[in-house]
Design a protein around this ligand. Sequence first.
Ligand SMILES: NC(=O)c1ccc[n+]([C@@H]2O[C@H](COP(=O)([O-])OP(=O)(O)OC[C@H]3O[C@@H](n4cnc5c(N)ncnc54)[C@H](O)[C@@H]3O)[C@@H](O)[C@H]2O)c1
Length: 247
Amino acid sequence: MSKTAIVTGAASGIGLAIAKKFKQEGYATFCWDIQSPEAEHEIEFVHCDVSKESAVVEAYNVVKQKSGPADVLVNNCGLQFMAPLEEFPIEKWNQLIGVLLTGTFLCSKTVFSDMKSQKSGRIVNISSIHGKVASPFKAAYVSAKHGVHGLSKVMAVEGAEHGITVNNICPGFVDTPLMRNQVKKQMELNSMSEEEVLEKIFLKAQDIKKLTSPEQIADLTYFLTTDSASTITGESYSVSGGWGMGH
Ligand SMILES: NC(=O)c1ccc[n+]([C@@H]2O[C@H](COP(=O)([O-])OP(=O)(O)OC[C@H]3O[C@@H](n4cnc5c(N)ncnc54)[C@H](O)[C@@H]3O)[C@@H](O)[C@H]2O)c1
């Protein structure tokens, strides 16, 4: 029987590339998302708002019935909202913390006991360079991603004797709808072209002035679930073109 992988937020962007990679590697692959995938593909879609515990438990029951317990969980889904601190709406704060941090907690909590019983499991969180550093106007996002790093260390410690590893990937800018929406907003705010926004704002802190592709994140995610990575846990890998090194 194939191994089972769950990827949250796999209807789009990085999550979709990760789900495709696991499918290609022979996993029964499930996408948990609040929106259906744009295009037809072989990844099984289960509607799930990861910020709601009952929805996560229900989605996991579907996975278990179809393919058995999870071998791999990739906590990827996300969203962004930007505003100066004094104007940051509490509703947006709660939503981002709810999806990015509480969602990672709930999905991991739900698969953890099966991974313990199986004496093996792999959890990879798609965090962000903003799990390590700050940028203005991203209070909720930066707080949530820093929180994910604390949570993942606890999970790595609790999972270690049970063959479970937990790691974070911290991308700089990756070419996805979430990122392109931010570019559009900056074009309007600053009356700049797309190229100017990328050069002067987005890629300013990266020494390698290139966007990362979703497939590059998918390849590292997959590597962290292989036997070669069985002693890597509690780590946070930047894939950010050297963000902040030279500045
Ligand atoms: N794109 C980047 O530049 C970048 C950089 C660093 C980190 N990241 C992180 O990578 C992850 C994926 O980002 P992306 O750029 O592919 O975004 P995206 O917008 O393309 O995809 C995010 C997906 O998450 C889903 N989602 C949102 N709320 C959800 C919820 N409550 N429950 C389930 N699914 C939900 C969306 O429907 C969407 O399909 C996010 O965690 C993001 O913070 C992205």
